[in-house]
Design a protein. Structure first.
Length: 132
């Protein structure tokens, strides 16, 4: 009888340890679960650069750019351009209109020719855009 209780107690401890281990692993493996582990933070810093073009996920309208993601000024839609800081509906429409009138942007600095975009605004978005 004593031996059965001892075995039952050990079995309970082993099961509890396994559940804790599984729970801990689920926190590491499931996206958005728990706090970011230090390795996840380091991995985020090395995310490869990605350019969001007008054809990317046409049905998806993201609410923000992903880390390392850039908008291609020559293919981004007005809605996608509004993801940039300080670029609202009016400026995004002006960027698209400038592109349609003058052709593709050769370099990001050409944004200064778009009415409403000055040096300060360009500095805010320079690292978030590319002239494909």
């Amino acid at each position: 009888m004593k031996e059965e209780k001892r075995l039952s107690g050990r079995l309970t401890l082993v099961l509890a340890a396994l559940l804790c281990l599984l729970f801990g692993l689920s926190l590491l493996l499931l996206p958005g679960a728990g706090a970011a582990a230090p390795t996840e933070i380091q991995a985020a810093a090395s995310i490869p650069e990605r350019t969001l073009t007008g054809g990317d996920d046409a049905d998806r309208l993201p609410t923000e750019l992903l880390p390392g993601e850039k908008l291609d000024l020559n293919t981004a839609t007005a809605a996608q351009l509004q993801l940039l800081p300080g670029i609202g509906e009016k400026l995004s429409t002006a960027i698209v209109a400038w592109r349609e009138e003058h052709g593709p942007f050769q370099k990001v600095e050409e944004l200064l020719q778009v009415p409403g975009i000055g040096e300060k605004r360009l500095a805010e978005i320079r690292d978030l855009v590319t002239a494909g």
